[in-house]
Design a protein around this ligand. Structure first.
Ligand SMILES: [Zn+2]
Length: 447
């Protein structure tokens, strides 16, 4: 048996192209392309990244030569409800209120931890398959999500949703907050799973719940995520009830801080955008969900002008219906050009920044979404032999405008390969296919 001391690294990865990055201290993501590249991984960390010729002398336990491939940082999904795959395609093309009350809430009222875990496993498989290595999740029964994510090998910021009303998971907001405490205790020191406080939204909670959520996040040192200003209707209702828009309402409750992420922000006014910029709060932009639900277009160019780099998220599979960050980047880049009649807005490199550094900041994990020596070994490789990626002038352009996500041939989290050339290493896809049928039967039977 060989002694590990004989090796310089666990894995030495070679590829024709690499997107390397500046370390988080640099502030900006600083993604840049290295041709004829290599990367060394040891103990879950990237130990060296550069030209093949500089690294080829390293003695590696495993050499992984990917040839005509692009190695890039694993994408980070700033907002989803991963377990909601069970409602993918169940109810489309409906007005928001009808969709929610008649088709989504009726199923969720009967939700069980088993359904959540199974739905989450399918969601994790999709994330791994399409190049996402870390995500922020809000749902009920987050312990079941944690079990699925842990098995899948991904990273996650877990948030048990807190509502003003009873759910199948918790009889009250206090009980949901107790679950958050328990999870924070259980996952303390876990390398891949972290916990956040996630009151669902302004309109499904109240001032007392939002204040106590803030206290809990401060007491335990956890990030806070909530849906804010998703629709014009929500903003109008908030103005009627509180005399101000939802972002201003959150600001006055003290919620806007650098560790807070505002999910959606489709309809903030200019003053509210200034409040976000001044506070350092984060935004999770979910363009495909906002479009599909007819909610509108978030003012992302106005955010960028104020120095707010939003993260990018898919939202759940009931409103997207994909959990594919490549599709999300593509939608983001096209949407803001078309909506503002300006093709210079949201260029490819800026959109990749959103899906990496922007989302990582929303997870309060600035070291994610970057490939740099000393950083976590969370990365993916695209197969550049795919016809839709030929020829190649700019990797940034292909990532945002040409790739569909299924060119991913390798996915690695924490130095561990989760997917390689058609095979999942942690998940049993044929078994998930069978179990998806069980989910479908449950949905059909649940009135
Ligand atoms: Zn959401």
């Amino acid at each position: 048996m060989a002694d590990t001391a004989e090796y310089d690294c666990d894995v030495l990865l070679g590829a024709d192209f690499l997107i390397a990055s500046a370390p988080p201290e640099a502030g900006i993501s600083g993604h840049h392309v290295v041709e004829d590249a290599a990367l060394a991984v040891s103990g879950g960390r990237i130990t060296a990244a550069g030209r093949r010729s500089d690294l080829e002398g390293l003695r590696a336990k495993r050499r992984l030569e990917l040839g005509r491939s692009l190695v890039m940082p694993g994408l980070v999904n700033a907002h989803t409800h991963i377990a909601m795959t069970f409602l993918r395609g169940w109810a489309d093309d409906l007005p928001l209120a009808e969709w929610l009350t008649r088709h989504i809430f009726v199923k969720e009222r009967r939700l069980t931890a088993e359904i959540v875990e199974l739905g989450a496993l399918i969601g994790c498989a999709e994330l791994i398959r399409t190049g996402c290595t870390a995500f922020a999740d809000m749902y009920l029964f987050e312990d079941a999500v944690a079990a699925a994510v842990d098995r899948a090998g991904l990273r996650c910021l877990l948030g048990e949703a807190i509502f003003a009303f009873a759910t199948p998971a918790s009889a009250s907001a206090e009980e949901a907050a107790d679950r958050v405490r328990g999870q924070a205790e259980r996952f303390r020191g876990h390398g891949r799973l972290r916990v956040a406080v996630m009151p669902h939204s302004v309109y499904t909670t109240d001032a007392a719940i939002l204040r106590s959520s803030l206290r809990l996040s401060e007491e335990l040192g956890l990030p806070l995520h909530l849906h804010v200003a998703e629709t014009a209707r929500e903003a109008e209702d908030c103005r009627r009830a509180h005399g101000k828009g939802p972002v201003a309402y959150c600001r006055d409750l003290g919620l806007l801080r650098p560790t807070t992420t505002l999910i959606h922000c489709v309809v903030p006014d200019d003053e509210e955008l200034d409040m976000i910029a001044e506070s350092g709060a984060r935004v999770a932009h979910n363009p495909r969900s906002n479009l599909k639900l007819g909610s509108g277009v978030a003012p992302v160019p106005a955010m960028l002008r104020r120095g707010i780099l939003p993260g990018l998220g898919t939202d759940g599979a009931a409103s997207n219906n994909a959990l594919n960050m490549f599709a999300e980047m593509n939608a983001c880049a096209l949407l803001h050009k078309g909506h503002n009649l300006d093709p210079t807005l949201c260029p490819a490199a800026a959109v990749l920044d959103m899906a990496t550094a922007g989302s990582a900041a929303a997870l309060c994990r600035p070291e994610l979404g970057r490939i740099f020596p000393g950083g976590p070994a969370d990365l993916v490789a695209l197969d550049l032999r795919s016809p839709n990626l030929l020829p190649l002038y700019s990797p940034f352009s292909h990532i945002v405008y040409a790739a569909g996500g299924f060119e991913v041939r390798l996915s690695m989290v924490d130095g561990r390969v989760l997917y390689e050339d058609g095979a999942f290493t942690t998940l049993d896809l044929p078994q998930l296919c069978n179990e998806a049928e069980k989910l479908k039967q449950w949905v059909l039977k649940t009135a």
